[in-house]
Design a protein around this ligand. Structure first.
Ligand code: NAP
Length: 313
């Protein structure tokens, strides 16, 4: 698969997650070393995968490589394709009892036999560093500090760290999934944007987009957004990951968008590389919370006993 970052050539600014990710990883590496000398162990990130579909395997290896780069322990738990929901729950409960495991990620898509609900019920929200548990989703919706879905967090962090002004600007998010679109919209709202969320039933996507200063696209539809749909000077963050003719592409038609937008986070090289680095910052926050017996400010009064959520310990 070809995965070279697009070149601008048009004067459009490229928002490169690769460079920001390297800075974030440097900070995390130092934090891991401090943590080890303070607590005498290295925190672990557990990645649970049931069955192997090609895209999630690629993503999985990137997570494991990221762990090694910053010196955190990685625990890969590989379950068979025909793994039952009970077996998955038992694995998650065991990981949640391990004091060294600070973060747990369950790779999606799940096998058909395992409903997402079964995973969520068994996942300790204090170790849910990719923000899939309803407690963390609720904290985000209410404006408290829980764990954010890493991709949405990376998309907004890329804008912030690139110095793109957000407060008071009109943002359109294309996509309303629980993992990307909805949390990205809530985070932009937190940044004081005026936010519109579009989806497959939005009658006139271009009409919405032409009013937007900031566009975040997470639809999984290659070429969905073209330059003629954008407001001149818009800042575009392409979150889509698609493979077309063996090439990795986003949801935005880069060539036409680059003639209209002022800045684009491209695919590849934009949000993707930053996502894993952001995930590691979540891991270290979880590790400190667990090791120091503290919950985040927002979760302190809202965090139910783990047993009430079926977390098993
Ligand atoms: P998803 O669950 O399939 O959601 C896609 C969303 O896009 C849905 O809300 C859907 O609307 C909307 N949509 C689909 N076609 C549309 C159209 N023609 N016009 C407007 N909206 C449309 O996907 P996801 O998990 O959010 O992922 C979205 C993309 O991000 C995928 O390409 C995925 O691979 C990528 N991704 C990237 C990262 C990363 O690290 N960069 C991480 C996760 C995902 P409805 O709700 O109406 O169906």
């Amino acid at each position: 698969m070809v995965s070279a970052a697009p070149r601008s050539g048009t004067g459009v600014r490229l928002l490169r997650g690769v460079e920001i990710a390297a800075q974030v990883r440097e900070t995390v590496s130092a934090d891991v070393a401090d943590f080890r000398s303070e607590h005498g162990y290295t925190p672990a990130l557990a990645v649970v995968i049931a069955g192997r579909d090609a895209p999630s395997t690629v993503y999985l290896h990137k997570i494991l490589d990221g762990c090694r780069l910053v010196g955190v322990e990685d625990r890969l738990v590989e379950l068979p394709d025909d793994c039952s929901a009970e077996r998955m729950s038992a694995e998650l409960a065991a990981l949640s009892r391990d004091p060294h495991v600070a973060g747990i990620i369950v790779q999606q898509p799940l096998p058909r036999e395992i409903p997402l609900r079964a995973v969520i019920d068994a996942l300790d929200p204090a170790r849910d560093i990719d923000g899939i548990h309803p407690l963390n989703a609720g904290l985000l919706a209410l404006g408290y500090e829980g764990f954010l879905p890493a991709t949405a967090h990376a998309a907004v962090e890329l804008l912030r760290r690139s110095g793109i002004p957000l407060a008071g600007r009109r943002a359109v998010v294309v996509g309303r999934s629980n993992v990307v679109g909805k949390p990205a919209a809530l985070l932009l709202l937190r940044e004081d944007c005026t936010v519109t969320v579009c989806h497959s039933r939005t009658p006139d996507l271009a009409l919405e987009l032409r009013a937007a200063d900031i566009v975040v696209v997470a639809a999984g539809r290659p070429g969905l957004i073209t330059g003629d749909m954008l407001k001149p000077g818009a800042v575009v963050v392409d979150v889509g990951i698609n493979v077309v003719d063996g090439r990795l592409v986003g949801d935005v038609d880069f060539a036409s968008a680059a003639t209209v937008a002022s800045a684009i986070a491209p695919v590849p090289g934009g949000v993707g590389p930053l996502t894993n680095a952001i995930l590691l910052t979540h891991l270290m926050r979880a590790a400190r919370n667990l090791a120091e017996g503290r919950l985040d400010a927002g979760t302190r009064s809202l965090h139910p006993a783990p047993s009430a959520l079926g977390a098993g310990g």
